[in-house]
Ligand binder design. Structure first.
Ligand SMILES: [Zn+2]
Length: 147
């Protein structure tokens, strides 16, 4: 078969059959399995229930897991807090019937200027694709810059 771009990394590889979309790199296989599980959780309530039970049993044997995780991964914790705030805002808007599109975070072109004006500090660039890593950036105002 002709080489095709991997759905995970985008690098061309020779698939073993026409259904194969991911190369054999461990990161791409992890992405493929994670996608499979997300789809399975969304479409199979019995599987979702089993996973939920399994996860809660696992967590019950490790009572400080999340506390330890947060103290050892401060960057990820900060990112998760930002993402949760975005999800909460999206849910609040959806609950009020203001926004059913779920495309929260897409800036309105006309809203850009006032937001950027005088803005400085540390921020997270959060991709709309949930499993991609967010990037921490620092915005500093340049003296004399009009906008
Ligand atoms: Zn790949």
């Amino acid at each position: 078969m002709d080489p095709i771009p991997c759905l995970g990394c985008g690098i061309f590889f020779k698939p073993r059959n026409k259904l194969q979309g991911y190369c054999s790199h461990p990161d791409c296989q992890r992405a493929r399995k994670a996608l499979w599980q997300r789809q399975k959780l969304a479409n199979d309530p019995e599987y979702a229930q089993g996973q939920k039970l399994s996860n809660s049993k696992w967590l019950a044997t490790r009572p400080n897991y999340w506390k330890n995780y947060r103290s050892q991964n401060s960057e990820k914790t900060a990112r998760n807090r930002v993402l949760q705030r975005i999800r909460n805002r999206a849910k609040a808007r959806t609950d009020k019937g203001l926004d059913t599109s779920r495309h929260v975070g897409i800036a309105k072109m006309d809203a850009r200027k006032p937001l950027i004006n005088g803005l400085s500090g540390e921020f997270w660039l959060v991709p709309m694709i949930a499993k991609m890593d967010a990037v921490k950036i620092f915005i500093a105002a340049i003296p004399g810059d009009p906008g």
